[in-house]
Each structure stands twice: as C-alpha cells, then as structure tokens.
Write a protein that binds this ligand. Structure first.
Ligand code: M6R
Length: 592
C-alpha cells in the first residue's frame, strides 16, 4: 500500500507534496517523509507517525526547492521506524526513492549489493532500489532506472529524484498504481488521483511495465525496454470539493450520508446507454464473484440476487483464496471482480488468472482507469465518488446497486425491478433519519469487548459487514454469523455481557430469525434488533430496536446495513478513535 507523490515545476514543491500526502494518508500512516532538491543538493526529512508529525517537524524550515517526492507508509518490510521511513537514499545521498508495493527478490539483491561493499541503513526492500540506481547511473536518470527495473520482481511503483539532475523525476509502475498529473509548466506523479486533484484534473494512468520521465516541461513514457509509449491524457470528472469533509466530523460519517446520492448516481450511470451489458448472464454456465473485505460481502448479497433472477449457479470467493486454489475455470464462466479501488492486488491477480484460463471477466469498480477496470473485459462503474474513510460505506451500497442491476439485466420484468431499485435512495435517506437514536444507543456499548452479529439469507452478509465495520474502526472484536448456525457453536458465547445484533427485516426467513432471537434472550444476551418500522413483535423482544423503513425483501440489504454502519461509527467516534484512519489498515491493499 503506501502513498507516493512527486512534483516538479515552478512552485515550491514542499507544500504541494504535503497537501498531496494528506490526501494519500488513507493508504497508510505508519511514517511519512519527503525528499527535495534544494540548491542542487538532496534534502530528506522524515518522521514516524502521521503526516502531521512530519509537518510539525518542517515548521520554520525554509525549503523552496521546486522538485521533490513524498511518501506515506504502510509497513510491509521493516517495522514502522525512522530508519525504515521513506524516502530511501543511496550511500552518497544523491538519489532518493519512494516506493509502494513489494520487491520480492530484494534479499537476493541486497546480498549482492552487500557483497560489493554497500552498507544498508534500513530493513526495507526499497533501499535496494536506491543503491541499484546509484550504481547504474552514468549521467542519465532515465537510463539508470531502465537498467534496474528488469532486475526487480514483484508488484510495485516507485519514484526517484537525484541531485545530479534537478527538475527531473522518474517513476515506474509494475503492479501498483501510479498516475501522472499534467499541469502548465509543472507536472505531478501520485499513487492515486485525489492526491493531485486540487492542482490538475488532467491525468495519465500508467500501465504495468511503464516508466515515466517527468520534468516541468513535459512527460515522456517508455516501456521497460526504453521504447516510447503514447498515452492519452484524461480529464477527471471529480472535483476536490467532493473529497473534503463538508462539515462532518469524519469522512466516514459524510460518506454514510452520501449513500442516497452514491446509489442514485450508480443506477443512473448504469442505465445510461454507454454502460449497457454486452452479454446476457444466462449465457454462462457459472458466475464467480471474486473480491476482498467489504466488496466480498457485497458479492455475497449479489449471489442471492443473481441466482434468483437468472438461475445461473453463482459462487462468491475471497480473491486471496481463489488465486492459489485449484478451482476449475474456463470459457463458460463469467468472473466478476468487485473492488472499490480497482487496485486490490489479490482481486486483480485473481481476475487476470481467470482471464488467462479463458473466462470472460467483468469488473465492478469505483475508480475509473484503475488496474482491474483496465484489465477486465467489461466494467460496471459504481459512481460513488472518492471514498476517503478507510472503512467502506457508500461504495458498499453502490456495489449493491451495480450487482442488483447486473442480476436483473435481461430479466422479463427488468423495467419493474429497476423502478423498485430507483426507490432505494429515498428509502436510505429515511433510514439515515434515525441516526440520532443510534448515536444514543451506542453510548451503552462503549465498554463491550465482543459483539455477535446474526442474520439469515440476504441479512447474513449484512451481519458480516456490520461486524467488519465495528472491528475495523473500534477495535472491538465482532463476529458475523448465519443466525441459524448460532446453535452449532457460537451460542456458547452468549451471556448477559454479550451484545447480539440481529438483522431481522420481515422477509422469507423472518419467523426463523425471531426463533434465534428467542434463543439469545433465553441465555440473557443483549439483543439489538434491526427491523422494519412498526415491527412491535421484534421491538418487544429486543433491548434496543433500530428501525429501518419497510421495503421489498430483495432491497433490504441497502437499508439494514445503514444502522450497522452508524452504530460502528458512533461507538468508534465516542471512544475517541481515529475513525477515518484506523490502526494497521490502509484504504487500498496492494500487497498480497
Ligand atoms: O478496494 P477494494 O474494494 O478491493 O478493497 C477491499 C477491502 O480491502 C476493503 O473492502 C476493506 O475490507 C475495507 N477496509 C472495509 O471497510
């Protein structure tokens, strides 16, 4: 993961780099650093912790250099420490590198360099890149980088500057994301588009196996053999306002409230002619939905819809498991990669693997131009806008909208089903009106150390998602379980100290779920029920009752997830935790 940024142009580079790093901080925040070319010399500043620690350390330092690179780290090789913070330099301090991803053969390269007498200052894989480039340098940074890239294995992106050629940044993309921001007399490099949006909306998305040579005057792209590559400059539709907090305390809360718009925009985007499906799902023998984390939970909901509306057997698989299993895949299969970022390396590799086996591939992604978008045969976009909070919220419900749309495409009643789907934004709006009540309820659960989340059928993935939201931002252990499975084990955990969140809309399994609520009550568990407004029967069985507006069975996942997102948010926020950047996590997971 990690975020990298580079600037070269007419302005002082430092404030632009720090601004960009703040917008990339969601990618990792174990340490941060910058390297600037100041009057022909390389200056490196770094700090352990968040960007604000680096900013504090830089106060009053008069850096005016117009070229520099920056990094925010999510530790993979080497613990979070000053030595391991980026940028990393060669022994003479003339070359500085910021890097995202993993150089898998770094130990072999490190041993080779050490045998030549090079001494290392960090435990990172990145430092080998700095030493290799310094060793290969013969007066041209681009040539030195080209001489080195073919020796590196793994999935990575990096940027390098040298005091020997002020004004020049060379970047490499191989498996991890890297974009170029094109300005007037200035140019940028970054891991992600939002980092550079305040400065330019003209972007080039690099592909794997490309090297970019950036100066204030121009951007030149090459393949790893040094052959020039022509790329299109794309105008990005997002503006920075949509990436600010707009008065909310946290991005996560803002994004929870943006769900009606995210769902509505997604439906409108998909309905537009440009995104019509080029195939009928019924052509396939089988559909595989492949994803990680919250996107996997969206896939679990999507499976129920696809099987109901198309009859095509559908499986949902964790990308990290699928890739190394012997699951047979062939040209009769449709493989759908679901990913907010479009950069999750496990999902990307899994989709590529399936395509190599002859399957047709479809991406469901939020980031236009991301790797999974570009590398799949077709794409359905979720038009949720940038999501900054590490915990996925609006992109989850936008993914649900895309999967529902996918499942009803080609169905004889698709028009009626679509008009039902179009009512969802207004229903989610209503569900959000209960936020105050959920905030009040959250107060009583701040000291709990464990939660159980239960649901059946379409509410089972929502139970999983509610538990994931709580654990990732509040650090409270939470387990999601199919309600009917509780009696096969987890029931042993239940006593008066165990909050049990039961997702129980009035659907085909409502009566069964209520029996499970009874089982919890009999063992004195503290039931927090999520159900339809006016459901007095459920309300009477629960210690707390979180209402959602009544809706047709198929659409309940859009609504039942809202109180669970809010419950997790208010618990974490009241505990004073860093809701948008929870410990140990990063927004985009580009390591296996
Ligand atoms: O970008 P992706 O949708 O591929 O990301 C997948 C997971 O990393 C992501 O959903 C993660 O689990 C979130 N932190 C969940 O809130």
């Amino acid at each position: 993961m990690c975020g990298i940024i580079g600037y070269t142009g007419k302005e002082a580079a430092l404030p632009l780099i720090l601004g960009g790093l703040e917008r990339l901080e969601y990618r990792g925040y174990d340490s941060a650093g910058v390297a600037l070319i100041e009057n022909g010399s390389l200056v490196v500043e770094k700090r352990v912790g968040k960007i604000r620690e680096l900013v504090k350390n830089l106060w009053g330092k008069p850096y005016r250099g117009r070229t520099g690179i920056g990094h925010t780290r999510w530790a993979t090789h080497g613990e979070p420490s000053l030595e391991n913070a980026h940028p990393h330099t060669d022994e003479r301090g003339e070359f500085a590198v910021v890097h995202n991803g993993i150089v898998e053969n770094y130990l072999e390269l490190r041993r080779e360099l050490e045998d030549r007498g090079v001494s290392f200052r960090s435990d990172t894989d990145t430092e080998v890149i700095a030493h290799l480039i310094a060793g290969a340098y013969e007066g041209d940074l681009l040539s030195a980088v080209l001489a080195v890239v073919n020796r590196l294995r793994g999935a990575f992106a990096f940027a390098v500057v040298t005091s020997k050629e002020p004004g020049r940044i060379v970047g490499v993309k191989q498996g991890s994301p890297l974009v170029v921001g094109v300005g007037e007399g200035e140019n940028f490099l970054a891991s992600d588009i939002p980092a550079i949006l305040p400065y330019t909306r003209r972007v080039i998305t690099l592909s794997d196996g490309e090297v970019v040579d950036v100066t204030p005057e121009g951007v030149n792209i090459y393949d790893f053999n040094g052959n020039p590559v022509t790329k299109e400059v794309v105008l990005v539709p997002w503006d920075i306002i949509s990436a600010e907090k707009a008065g909310f305390k946290h991005f996560m809360l803002k994004e929870i409230y943006e769900q009606p718009k995210a769902i509505g925009d997604t439906i409108r985007g998909l309905v537009s002619a440009g995104e019509a499906l080029p195939f009928d799902l019924r052509e396939f023998r089988r559909i595989l939905l492949i994803a990680c984390g919250t996107s996997y939970h969206a896939g679990l909901v999507g499976k129920f819809w696809i099987e109901k509306f198309t009859g095509v057997p559908t499986e949902v698989l964790y990308a990290s498991e699928f890739r190394y299993a012997d699951t047979p895949v062939n040209e009769d299969d449709l493989v759908v990669g679901i990913s907010q970022s479009g950069e999750t390396i496990d999902t990307k590799f899994a989709v590529n693997f399936a395509r190599e086996k002859g399957a047709r591939t479809l991406a469901v992604v939020n980031v236009v131009g991301s790797s999974i978008d570009r590398e799949s045969d077709y794409t359905l976009y979720t038009h949720a806008g940038p999501e900054i909070g590490v915990a996925a919220t609006k992109t989850f419900t936008a993914q649900l909208a895309a999967l529902y749309y996918l499942s009803i495409s080609g169905h004889p009643q698709s028009e009626t089903l679509l008009s039902e789907l179009m009512k969802v934004p207004a229903l989610v709006e209503e569900a959000l009106e209960r936020a105050e009540e959920i905030e009040r309820v959250s107060q009583d659960y701040l000291r709990c150390r464990n939660f159980l989340y239960l649901g059946r059928y379409l509410s089972y993935p929502i139970a999983l998602e509610g538990a994931l939201k709580l654990k990732e931002i509040s650090y409270i252990h939470a387990e999601g379980y199919p309600a009917g499975e509780m009696k096969h084990g987890p029931i042993a955990l239940i006593d008066e100290s165990m909050p049990v969140v039961v997702v129980a809309p009035q659907d085909r399994v409502y009566e069964k779920t209520l029996s499970n609520v009874e089982e919890v009550r009999t063992r004195k568990g503290r039931v927090i029920g999520v159900g339809f407004e006016g459901d007095d029967r459920l309300a009477k069985m629960c210690r707390e009752f979180l209402e959602i507006p009544p809706a047709p069975e198929d659409l309940t996942p859009f609504l039942t997830v809202v109180p669970l997102q809010l419950l997790a948010y208010y618990i974490a926020s009241k505990l004073g935790l860093d809701v948008d950047q929870p410990r140990n996590l990063a927004k985009t997971v580009t390591v296996e």
